[in-house]
Design a protein around this ligand. Structure first.
Ligand code: GTP
Ligand code: MG
Length: 495
């Protein structure tokens, strides 16, 4: 019996031992499996949030990627603070630095919590982007959709993005004239072309590109071809660049037009004017006919050139690393852009890295960004680099504005849209006032005040009509923002 019992005990003990050994083996092998799996999964990067004033909250050692993101954020915040300093001011002491930072912070906080939440919600997420429909492969911003660090970096420096088009200094720039024009405006565009040819292009023979939302007639083509001295190309604007995007409520747009017309707002009731402004803001630079060019000079019907231009302005822009050139500045009608600035501020709150160091904020805002002073470059004349508009920052900015429907519900002009971007996304030395180009677009003149320029360039304008320093102009704001010395006697032009 004892033997019998001990045999059973022995069998039980053996069985228990085998079970324990099995459990121990399984436990250790599952641990091994787990650790080898975790080796295969890379640790997720902990991106620091690129908020305006927030900081990184990671307390574990940073990876190389994290360090890059952190550096970018720091540079952005530093640039933001520096950007708002007065260019004429003595170096900032601690107190003024605090005020500068506070003003900027106030401007951002001015949005309120609801505004911030709205800013952080990507308006493009709700609807299709016009660019994505038009040409999904032609948008450098597309890779940035899922990678916040890549997005932040790519939007970061517009100037860096543009640098390749300045690599060939001294060589003839890839430049053209561009005119968006209707067939019915033939008799108004011809004198504009003839002036440009006579005063400038007969020496340089740059090509012309004519754009229209309808096919040009043979008669139009024949007449302008006779007038130009360089090559010529005609482009038909694709429908998706000149129609309502799906996110715009057309009934609401019609109601708003009616209201603005009743209030007597200039072009307030005009539908085509809104398509034109949206086109000039977000689509002219995407036209196939412009693909081969880096530079353009915009020429409108019924404009005049008052003086000879005896140097190659495109070459000058390229070789002096300028981006945007203008002749006239002016205030916008507030009624046409009621929500433009608050929308811009939401955009900046979302993408602070687009704001350039040493920008021209002072030209467009007298209170360091809190409000828009309505100043802009009059965009009926522009000599500029197309790659600025093609940059990821500008595309993102245009899409952001566009998704609000403001081009249709209000009457946002391409002039303030261009000017705000040029003033904020570029260092201010990239902008240039052509004080030497005598220019007229009804009803204002840019007439060179400098005696030598006036005489040598055979100007035929009346300097008493020069608009630069008149009160409705923004010449004073521009000179002050650039830290430029105003010409002697400028005060007498102020009315
Ligand atoms: N093809 C086409 N061109 C247009 C249309 N509307 C305006 N444009 C062009 O767009 C440019 C700006 O239009 P303008 O009517 O001159 O606008 P504006 O300069 O604000 O106003 P004005 O003071 O009347 O000159 C001009 O080159 C026009 O020829 C349109 O419906 N079709
Ligand atoms: Mg015009």
């Amino acid at each position: 019996m004892a033997i019998f019992v001990s045999k059973r005990l022995l069998r039980f003990g053996l069985l228990a031992g085998v079970c324990v050994a099995l459990v121990l083996f399984l436990t250790s092998s599952s641990q091994t499996d787990q650790s080898s799996l975790s080796d295969l999964i890379p640790s997720m990067p902990k991106w620091s949030s690129p908020s305006l004033f927030g900081g990184s909250q990671s307390d574990s050692p940073l990876t190389a990627e994290e360090k890059d993101a952190e550096k970018l954020r720091e540079e952005t915040e530093k640039a933001l603070l520096e950007n708002h300093a007065d260019p004429n001011a003595v170096p900032l002491d601690e107190q003024t630095m605090d005020q500068g930072a506070k003003a900027l912070k106030d401007a951002a906080e001015n949005l309120g919590e609801a505004g911030k939440a709205e800013a952080l919600k990507d308006p493009a997420a709700d609807s299709k982007k016009p660019e994505a429909i038009a040409n999904p492969n032609n948008d450098p911003a597309r890779d940035m959709e899922t990678d916040p660090a890549a997005k932040s970096k790519a939007l970061g420096s517009t100037w860096e993005f543009m640098a390749p088009s300045y690599a060939k200094k001294g060589q003839r720039p890839k430049a053209c004239f561009v005119s968006l024009v209707r067939n019915s405006e033939l008799s108004e565009i011809l004198p504009s072309i003839k002036d440009v040819e006579r005063r400038f292009n007969s020496k340089y023979h740059y090509p012309w590109v004519f754009l229209n939302d309808e096919p040009f007639t043979d008669h139009f083509k024949l007449k302008v071809t006779e007038a130009v001295s360089g090559e010529i190309e005609f482009g038909l604007v694709p429908k998706e660049h000149w129609s309502y995007p799906n996110f715009v409520d057309q009934e609401k747009a019609a109601e708003e037009r009616k209201k603005m017309e009743e209030e007597g707002v200039i072009y307030g009731g005009m539908e085509s004017y809104r398509h034109m402004c949206r086109f000039q803001s977000g689509f002219f630079w995407r036209q196939k006919a412009l693909d081969k060019f880096d530079w353009y000079w915009r020429v409108e019907p019924s404009t005049k050139l008052y003086c000879d231009i005896n140097y190659d302005v495109f070459q000058w822009m390229q070789d002096n690393e300028k981006v945007y050139g203008f002749t006239i500045t002016i205030h916008e009608y507030e009624r046409t852009i009621r929500t433009l600035w608050s929308t811009v501020k939401k955009f900046l709150n979302k993408y602070p890295s687009v704001i350039s160091k040493d920008n021209l904020m002072k030209f467009i805002s007298g209170d360091r960004g809190k409000t828009y002073n309505l100043c802009h470059f009059w965009s009926n004349f522009e000599i500029a680099n197309l790659n600025f508009w093609r940059s990821p920052a500008y595309r993102e900015y245009f899409n952001y504005l566009d998704q609000t429907g403001g081009f249709f519900y209000e009457r946002w002009g391409d002039a303030p849209v261009h000017s705000i971007a040029a003033s904020l996304f570029l260092p201010r030395d990239k902008l240039h006032y052509f004080s030497d180009i005598g220019y007229h677009h009804i009803p204002y003149d840019n007439c060179p005040l400098d005696d030598t320029v006036f005489t040598e360039n055979k100007c035929d304008c009346d300097r008493n009509n020069d608009f630069t320093f008149q009160s409705y102009s923004c010449g004073v704001e521009y000179y002050d923002a650039q830290g430029m010395k105003k010409p002697q006697g400028w005060e007498k032009y102020r009315q």
